[in-house]
Unconditional design. Structure first.
Ligand SMILES: Nc1ncnc2c1ncn2[C@@H]1O[C@H](COP(=O)(O)OP(=O)(O)OP(=O)(O)O)[C@@H](O)[C@H]1O
Ligand SMILES: Nc1ncnc2c1ncn2[C@@H]1O[C@H](COP(=O)(O)OP(=O)(O)OP(=O)(O)O)[C@@H](O)[C@H]1O
Ligand SMILES: [Mg+2]
Ligand SMILES: [Mg+2]
Lengths: 151, 168, 151, 168
């Protein structure tokens, strides 16, 4: 299984590098084993360099940049495993307009191979949905499904 | 596998039996703060075998049963049923030939639980095994909860490893 | 100082209860000492019951509800101490449209006694600002102030 | 006290000397992800006496000096000056009579630091004391960073206490 882990790790790494450069429109990133000699136990480090910037400790990056990096990594796993179902709860919250555009483009492409269930407050993210489920509660304390709109 | 329907009854704020229909493609769940959207995600996590109440924002599992509101008294049972369709990529190997299957989890306030696959009683363990390797379990990459994004960046490298292990 | 802590705690508590009911349009909340007999060391518990709902462990509340509760508590401290300056970094991110309205109304009232510096991506929050500072970086890796708009 | 101006030079992504003017009322700082908005908040926290690099997302204090980009080489010094106006509620009691004052903090890559109040050298301790009781220090209620809201809800009750103590 050390073999399988390393193989999966290598594929995810390629996919992550590619997805990062796409979502950041440039730059480079990588996921590396903290201890190359012990793949069975080693942790995973993320290094990322947005375009035009110098490579630094990932913690110095902004809230939106960190979110996009995490999205790139999780979606990479997804793509490698050819996942059929993905549920995302408000992961677009810290993104600015341009990144929402890149994120929604990615969703549209993924939706060809994957069922995507999204929770969002963002109107532009809602626009790429095929179906909208509205949930309401008002002051009853009871959740109700109020509308199902087809786009 | 893809989700065809989710049926919630007595689960958290879904006091009344509620049916959510899903399709291929992108479905967006929308509504005001506190209306119950993340509770739907909790329902999926719970139904596919969550063991730790804290991953569902609860202190104990009993917290997921509708605890009452100003309009309605508490209920004594929570039930969630997930209906799945086989899109040709069905992981649970013993179900590879079927076109659809369902998973049900029930919890009574007395503490008793019931678990069903295709309406046949089974153990929680059987349900959890069904979803191994699908990325849908706790800590998996298929369900991205409201805090997972922050967690991944500030997580310890050894914790992050589990995400890749789940995929391996 | 145990005296001063308890006095401050009582004032903040009153202000918090009021602000909560205002931001949630009803309901009730409180901050209580975990150990009433030891005010000098006791921790602070938050209990909150949005309108129509039953009192439950605060962790069961939603992302947006938790944010509004935290905002109510921090702003209460502010009001009690008559603070003159408050800097808020994207605290409106998890709020829905209605809560953004309530939040911005509160900001406008606070701004009579307080200087407020806000970081936000939300267009409706920007609308209540008197002045907008635009920061840009493009791919230079260097932050620049690009525009100062007066509303 | 209210902020009149912030001058940043070589602090994090503000490689070039940048002047931000503020007024009474509401000022919004806007711009794309990663452009430097939260870095301005870090600059304020740093200038009024932050001691812990981790509260500024840094590993060591040296990380706040502009470390270079594809367009510009690293700089050897970071400097932030805050200009305050006395709005009649000035806490630093030894400055109660003045109408305005400034605080400057400099850090050189060599590790040396300089601290100034109204352009006179002082110690970091003097600056930190100036802001005690104003709620503006680390852990205070006057500066609400991007993670403070989440922290407050999931914090341990004893940790939350410090917020009230800061106000007492
Ligand atoms: N056992 C229960 N019984 C009744 N209500 C419950 C129960 N558990 C949770 N709730 C209620 O569900 C609400 C939270 O729902 P949820 O987290 O799904 O909101 P949300 O739609 O995701 O909101 P947001 O947009 O703010 O994230 C809370 O107000 C809570 O009181
Ligand atoms: N010492 C440094 N030298 C150069 N650039 C730095 C330095 N420290 C941080 N940065 C850069 O500053 C950027 C982060 O800025 P900041 O956190 O202020 O963004 P932001 O405008 O708040 O974005 P968001 O809207 O996503 O929160 C990062 O891209 C980081 O690379
Ligand atoms: Mg939610
Ligand atoms: Mg920021």
């Amino acid at each position: 299984t050390s073999q399988r882990f390393v193989e999966t790790y290598k594929k995810v790494r390629e996919s992550f590098k590619e997805l990062f450069s796409r979502l950041f429109d440039g730059g480079k990133a990588d996921i590396i084993l903290s201890d190359e000699n012990d793949p069975l136990n080693s942790g995973i480090e993320i290094i990322a360099q947005p375009p035009g910037k110098k490579l630094q400790n990932i913690n110095l990056l902004s809230g939106g940049e960190k979110a996009l990096i995490a999205i790139s990594l999780i979606v990479s796993l997804f793509i490698i495993k050819k996942g059929s179902l993905c549920i995302m709860d408000e992961i677009d919250a810290p993104l600015d307009d341009l990144n929402i555009t890149r994120f929604t483009q990615l969703l549209k492409e993924l939706s060809n191979m994957t069922q995507i269930i999204l929770i969002t407050h963002n109107k532009r993210t809602m626009e790429v949905a095929d179906i909208l489920h509205g949930i309401t509660m008002e002051k009853s304390g009871i959740s109700k499904l109020v509308s199902v709109k087809l786009s | 596998m893809i989700i065809d329907k989710i049926e919630l009854s007595g689960f958290k704020s879904f006091a009344e039996k509620t049916l959510l229909q899903f399709h291929k493609g992108i479905t967006a769940i929308v509504g005001p703060n506190g209306c119950g959207k993340s509770n739907i995600v909790d329902a999926v996590l719970w139904c596919i075998g969550a063991r730790n109440a804290r991953n569902l924002r609860a202190r104990v599992m009993e917290d997921v049963i509708f605890s009452g509101s100003e309009e309605k008294r508490p209920l004594s049972m929570a039930e969630v049923t997930l209906f799945f369709l086989n899109d040709g990529k069905l992981f649970p190997t013993n179900l590879k030939e079927v076109e659809e299957f369902s998973v049900t989890r029930r919890l009574y306030r007395s503490g008793e639980s019931e678990f069903l696959i295709n309406n046949s009683p089974c153990r929680l363990k059987d349900i959890a095994e069904l979803f191994m390797g699908t990325g849908l379990g706790e800590g998996g990459y298929g369900i991205i909860e409201q805090d997972k994004v922050n967690w991944l960046i500030s997580a310890h490298p050894r914790e992050r490893r589990t995400l890749i292990e789940e995929a391996a």
